[in-house]
Structure formats: C-alpha cells, structure tokens
Design a protein around this ligand. Structure first.
Ligand code: PEP
Ligand code: MN
Length: 330
C-alpha cells in the first residue's frame, strides 16, 4: 500500500506516518518525488487497515499497489529514476554507452579498447574480471588483477567502470573497484546475492535472465531495492526462444513494457542477444529507437583472439560506425 501525502505536507507529518506504519509492524519506505511524496508500506502479508493512516495530518489518500513488486513499480513512484555515476546521468533520455571487451585479458588490451571507445563517445568501460562461463574449462577472468587493470583504465581515460560480481565473496572486492556493479543473467534469481547487492554503495546493473519474464526481472530488482539500494539499472540482453539464428532473441518489447511498469532505467545489450557481431548494429538501432536508456556493447581490438565472446565483439571500426548510426537515430 502507498500512503500519498498532500502536496503541502511537511517533513514532520511524513515522519509521523512512517512511525505509525512501523508501530503497525510493517516497514515504511519514503518515496519523494517531483509531483508528490508518498510512503510505501512493505512487509505486510495481507491487506493493511488504513483508517488510522487516513485520519493523520498531511495524508491525502492511500492506494493499493496492484503489482507484486512495489518499490520498483511505476505505481509507487511516478518520476523516472535517474542514476548518477560521476558526471553521467542514466535515464534522462540521452542513451549512455557502455562498451569494452567481454573479459579484461591484459592491461594493453583493456587500455587500447578503452581509448578507442572513449574517442567515439562511450562514457563507461565494460569488462569482466570474474566471468560466469558455461564451461569450467573456459577462461574464468583475471579476478582482482583484472579489476586493478580497470582501475588503471579509469585513471588513464576518465571512463567509469562496470564489471560483474558473481558471488558474495567477489561482490565485496568488485564494490571497491567498480562504479557500477553488474549482476549477470545467470545470477538474476540468486536471491542471496541480490539481497547483498541491496547493501552496496554503488549502482547495480541487473541483467535479465535468459529465462525470466519481465515480472520476474522486476521482482529481482525489488529484492535489491527492498534492502535499501535504490540505484538499479535494468538490462535486456536477449532471452532463449526456439529461434536459433541468434544466440538469444532480443526482446525489444521489454523496453516499453518495463518503462510502463517501472520507474527504473533500462538499457540493452545487443551483443549477448545477437551472438554475432553482424547483428549488433541493427539491434542497437532498434534498441535506441524503442527508447532504451543506453547500450552495453562488447568491443575487442582483436576479436579472433578474444578469450571470450569473440564472435559477438565488434571490431573497433564497427564501434565507430555504431556510434555514428545511433547518433542519427536519436
Ligand atoms: C557479460 O556481460 O559479459 C555477460 C556474461 O552477460 P550475461 O550475464 O547477460 O550473459
Ligand atoms: Mn560476454
């Protein structure tokens, strides 16, 4: 349930509502907004008796939240959430480009790619140090050494860093280095990891599992937000369907659907959706056209030598082309 305050309600009245909700045995999460301030009630298993709340000073009305997820729902917060990373804002309409290799392989490789993507307009460098690989025999990432390389990339180029945490152990290490912490498709329903991500001090990039509905993705985001971290960016990266012409099927309809259902920003990863670099530019065009808040794109200086996801990694000249084309779409 949402307790909506009157537009002229003061801070004391909001605090009194919060205390009353806590007295009832629930949790109260204030949702300040440009158009209204509301307090969301969470932790109730059944309907909430709202007569006492309705009689309080400053309270305009109560609204039942019809969705299973509450804090991430557009019903609870009308304004879109903006995520701030240094001087970059995600969710303001201008797509934010995150680009780099699937995995950080060496300092030379990372710096070389980072300089190129920066020159052509990326503001965030992506690169994996802890890689969730399908085969245990595939390259698993450089671990903390990879994070140290990304730290150097940040210092040398001014790009911000997004990198994945795959378990509770490396989440603590990734938190020290990353500007945005990625939770990958395979971990989207790792609820203990999601709860821990709810306590980190950095924004979380939550990728949709290849077998998750949009409601399941939003419930996963709710796990993070209900623990306190409101800085969440969602990412559509393709789902598994019967179509085998691509690695996954990019669900572009997820972008308007998520924008309707949630106030969180949503970006698109065309690389893992396509699995083939030839399709990355066309899918990116579609993503920007349907209103994605950004792209997460794999780029490699020598894709044929890449230790992971070479076939879907753009050549540097293709990244330049991508940036030109999406500029035109916008
Ligand atoms: C990645 O971004 O390199 C990655 C492993 O993505 P996903 O979790 O979407 O497969
Ligand atoms: Mn990859």
């Amino acid at each position: 349930m949402l307790v909506v305050m009157k537009t002229d309600a003061n801070e004391e009245q909001v605090q009194a509502v919060i205390q009353e909700i806590e007295k009832m045995g629930y949790r109260a999460v204030p949702m300040p907004g440009a158009q209204r301030t509301a307090v969301c009630i969470i932790g109730n298993e059944g309907p909430v008796e709202d007569s006492r709340l309705l009689s309080m000073d400053g309270v305009k009305e109560t609204i039942r939240v019809t969705r299973q997820y509450k804090l991430v729902s557009r019903e609870t917060r009308l304004d879109s959430t903006l995520i701030t990373v240094g001087d970059i804002k995600i969710g303001v309409g201008k797509p934010v480009i995150m680009a780099g290799p699937c995995a950080v392989e060496s300092e030379d490789q990372a710096i070389n790619i980072a300089r190129h993507v920066k020159e052509h307009g990326a503001t965030i460098f992506r690169g994996g140090a802890f890689k969730p690989r399908t085969s245990p025999y595939s390259f698993q990432g450089l671990g903390e050494k990879g994070l140290k390389i990304m730290d150097k990339v940040r210092r040398e180029t001014g790009l911000y860093i997004v990198t994945e945490a795959t378990d509770s152990e490396n989440l603590k290490i990734v938190e020290q280095y990353a500007d945005i912490i990625q939770i990958g498709a395979r971990n989207m329903q790792n609820y203990s990891l999601l709860k821990l991500a709810g306590h980190v001090s950095k924004p979380v990039l939550l990728k949709r599992s290849f077998a998750a509905t949009i409601d399941e993705l939003l419930m996963a985001a709710e796990y993070i937000m209900s623990e306190g971290n409101t800085q969440i960016i969602l990412c559509e990266r393709g789902i598994r369907t019967f179509a085998d012409n691509t690695r996954n099927t990019l669900d572009l309809s997820a972008i308007p659907a998520i924008k309707e259902a949630s106030h969180l920003p949503i970006i698109v990863d065309p690389s893992h959706a396509a699995g083939k670099r030839e399709y990355v530019i066309p899918l990116s065009k579609g993503a920007i056209a349907v209103g994605a808040d950004g792209l997460l794109v794999e780029v490699h200086n020598e894709p044929s030598q890449a230790l992971s996801d070479g076939p879907q990694s753009l050549y540097p000249h293709q990244f330049k082309e991508l940036m030109k084309v999406i500029g035109q779409i916008r």
